[in-house]
Design a binder for this molecule. Sequence first.
Ligand code: SF4
Length: 364
Amino acid sequence: MLTLTHRRKTRAVMVGEGPNAVIIGGRNKVILQSMCTTKTQDVAATVEQINQLEEAGCQLVRVAVPDMEAAIAIKEIKAQINIPLVADIHFDYRLALQAIESGVDKIRINPGNIGRKDRVAKVVEACKAHNIPIRIGVNAGSLEKKFLQKYGYPTAQGMLESAIEHVEILEELDFHDIIISMKASNVELALEAYKLAAERFDYPLHLGITEAGPLFSGSVKSAAGMGALLSLGIGDTMRISLSADPREEIKVGREVIKSFGLIDNAATLVSCPTCGRIEIDLIPIAQELEEYIANIKAPITVAILGCGVNGPGEAREADIGLAGGAGKGMLFKKGKIIKTVDEAVMLEEFKAEIDAMYKHYQET
Ligand code: SF4
């Protein structure tokens, strides 16, 4: 599969430690993240959701830390999860210090909102001591008053100036493990802001179209925005923000980065749109296969096509393919026909071949 090669070179920032640590930036694969919808102090529910997210392919997860109870709960949560954990903090430096004390792997806080310099310095010191990066999250919806007054409304330039201020506070303290996000719910504004940030900084960028909407419309809007940025080589980690189960955010995110070949632990499905030449009941089969391959953590391309006219050509291009035709299906593996099977057993046979290919991939 072709992969995007013109990616912006950014500073590599390590998050977490051990086998599940991730590197954000440095032209590594795009790291997919999501955010828990549970109350962080409800440790059991939060751990359950994080483990479900990991199963879905989430590599980094954020929890809200609105109070001390949540900051303390991080310790218990960390003991029961595998993927690195991010604490989302607004203003209160004591929450940041407690989250770090509790073992969090990254914090999201805007240093300019902490207030006194000695307080910022304490947070930075603790981050340095524990190798914890900081994400600066500039958001059009909560842009500082002075930039709103200067430009009249949230603009990309105003967002950039806000980011520069926060970054400079950290740089003055000789802190550079920084990740930046420039989120907006308006796609055009987010694109402009991310482009400006990509020109100005070499820190990795966390992509997001914030408050994108419910599952369907939010997915399309996010894909439009993130696709445009990824195609320019911009983006090192991403969160799709949906009013939906956070596992859906991961599903959508995986599809977006798969489109650019920026993931190596997911299978891709090619399926035809069907037309008047269709010779098998393809749509339910394609839907079933989409669910089936969601569990495959390998870069295998699977194709399902509906007729003997265009089907074989496309099926040949995939790692494993099935072309339907008059109650039968032709199975292809790496460009060669391996067998022809009856439509009644075609799907089961195809799944067995997919499993065999995945097993082979895992063993080699
Ligand atoms: Fe139509 Fe065949 Fe193409 Fe599917 S593969 S859209 S059935 S021509």
